[in-house]
Structure formats: structure tokens, C-alpha cells
Design a protein around this ligand. Sequence first.
Ligand SMILES: C=C1C[C@]23C[C@@]1(O)CC[C@H]2[C@@]12CCC[C@@](C)(C(=O)O1)[C@H]2[C@@H]3C(=O)O
Ligand SMILES: O=C(O)CCC(=O)C(=O)O
Ligand SMILES: [Fe+2]
Length: 373
Amino acid sequence: MPSRLSDAFRGQPIHPQQLKHPDFTSLQELPDSYAWNQRDDDYPSGDAFATDQSVPIIDLNDPNALQGIGHACKTWGVFQVTNHGIPTSLLDMVECTSRTLFSLPVHQKLKAARSPDGVSGYGFARISSFFSKLMWSEGFTIVGSPDEHFRLIWPQDYRNYCDVIKEYKEEMKKLAGRLMWLMLGSLGIIAKQDIKWAGPKGDFKEASAVLQLNYYPACPDPDRAMGLAAHTDSTLLTILYQNSTSGLQVLKEGAGWVTVPPLPGGLVINLGDLMHILSNGSYPSILHRARVNRTHHRFSVAYLYGPPSSVKISPHPKLLGPAQPPLYRPVTWNEYLDTKAKHFNKALSSVRVCVPLNGLVDVNEHNNSVTVG
Ligand SMILES: C=C1C[C@]23C[C@@]1(O)CC[C@H]2[C@@]12CCC[C@@](C)(C(=O)O1)[C@H]2[C@@H]3C(=O)O
Ligand SMILES: O=C(O)CCC(=O)C(=O)O
Ligand SMILES: [Fe+2]
């Protein structure tokens, strides 16, 4: 099992045909390979339902933010934050970098193409291989430093772009650490020593992260196209910046697909599968997708946040008891990414512990170490 994030997909290369990239600007109508039918997506499709429910908005300066976050995590698995401390100028600069990158001619972007078994670089979303139709989007994944790839794209002036990305990642890391403590606090986990990997200062210094730049070109037939198909993130949490064009939708039980409207200066926080595991199933990971727009391009930037590569995430001992056995076996982020690359939306159930009728807890698949009587 590879231990570095950049090697996560060595065993699951993407088929070369899925790496070909069209020039979206030259397409006047939607090619059949991009036209989705309901059966191409496993989940309820069509327009977002008319609903009066909306994703919670939490003001991080509010003294009641912790309670609000706890409620949002339990009932939604997603919320938006304001007063998060990330300067608007930095959000603008990242959007501008992304806009400049995706506006380049395809042959230029392909100089930094993601390799079939790699994580970093330009290409389709990793989940594309699970769908028979193509997604109306382009992505650029950054693991560690963007230098190597940006130098291939902008040989003269890559440094300024790299600096923007580095600053953005640093600011996101601080915010993610803060959100981690709020989420953990809302679960009743408050002591620094309860999460060893938070480090001596409790700043989650060794945490891992991946930055994903997404671009959704304007689309001649948006109702039949799909920007990014329904998925949960494999992360602990994801901090998503979206520009002023809406497109993000989340699936809420009882309400269907709910659009998450862009909030000026706001950021969307998605709970990922690892947080679901850590909370022993009490916080859901949110199923979400991105739709596209007839006249407007859309950009989003996802900061995908997980534990240090060597750390196994498991249901937190503070949440367990005789009546609350662990529902999931321990996994590192890399092991989970490998499982996700094989099983996609069945990944969570494939790391779920089987609870037989005799009350003994056993674990399925690769792990044979946990038996709780
Ligand atoms: C660390 C990762 C999470 C991610 C797969 C990846 O290796 C790098 C890209 C991430 C992303 C972004 C778009 C949606 C997603 C499902 C995908 O296909 O690639 C996520 C992956 C994930 O969270 O599992
Ligand atoms: O573009 C969006 O709104 C969603 C992006 C996303 O889900 C992701 O990058 O994981
Ligand atoms: Fe996502």
C-alpha cells in the first residue's frame, strides 16, 4: 500500500481513453458522450426539487458557532461559513489563477496532464471511470507544491502563480484546523490529547491536503450535461470556494437535490467519508454534484483535507461504549482512496464492520485485527 498521497492510485490507473480532453469552446452542441440520462447517475436526477430547506450558514464570529456546526454536521453534513478570516483578495487571486490556467489552449494544459496512475496535474475528475458518460468539466489537482506542473505550463512566470497557491494552501490549513476543533468539540471531543495527530500545539501541522481546481465551461445543453457527478469526498472535510455562478447541489434526505447558492465571501464546508468514520456514523458525508450553466463559466476550488499519511482514522474511542460499538475499521487516507478508486460509492460500506447477531464485532475485508466482545 503506497504511503504517499501522490502514489494513491498506482494500483488503479485510469484508462487512457478517459484522459483525452476535448476543446469545449469548439463544441456548439452537446455530443452524445456528454448527454446524461437518469440511469447514468445512480441518484435522483433532474432539476433541484422546490424546497424551503437551505444549507445552514454559520458565522464563525458568532459565540454559538459550535452549536450551529454540531447541528449542521448531524442534519446536513454540509454548511457555509462567513467571517472565516480568509481575505477576499486571496480568494480573488486564486480564482484569477484558475481562470488564467483553464483559459490556456488545450495543448498547453496537456503539458501538465495527470498521468494515468498519478494524482497531480490536469485532467478529468478521478471518478470519471465509474460513469459511461463524460463530465462537462476540467480539473487540475495539486498535491504538495505546484512548481513542477506550473513551470511546464508557464515557463516564464510560474512563480507568481505558485505563490498564490502556496499562500492559499497555508490559509486553508489554518481554517481547516480551526474547523476540525469545532467539529470535534461538537462531538464532545475537546482535549488536545484526544487527537494525538493534532500535534503538541493542536494545530494539525502534519495533516495532508490536496487542492483541486475545477472549471465548468458554459454548456449548450446544461440540463442534459453533468459538471461533476454525484459523489462524497473521501476527506475529513473539504473547504470549497465557488465563484458567483451557482452549480453545487447537495442531496438532502426528504428534500432531494438542494442548490448551494454562492455566498459572497462565503465558503462551503463538506464533511467527507473519513469524518463519517471518525464520528462513528453520526455525521454523514454529504453527497454532492456540480451542474453546469448555459451562459456562464463556473470555477470552484476544493481544499481536500485529511490526516497525516501514516494515521489511521477510526471511530473515536470517546464515542464508543457497550451500546455503541465501532461501525468502521481503521483506515489511512491512502488506504481509503485505494478502496474508493476500486469501489467508488460502495467504499464506505466496504470498510464497515459487520455486527453479527451474537454481538461480537468483527471486521470485513483486509483487516482481521478487531474483535470486540
Ligand atoms: C485526495 C483526493 C481526493 C479526490 C481524489 C484525490 O486523490 C485527488 C482529487 C480528489 C477529487 C476531487 C474531485 C472529486 C473527487 C471524488 C475526485 O474524483 O477527485 C475527489 C476525490 C475524493 O475526495 O475521493
Ligand atoms: O464544483 C463544485 O461545486 C464541487 C466540486 C467538488 O465536489 C470537488 O472538487 O470535490
Ligand atoms: Fe466533491
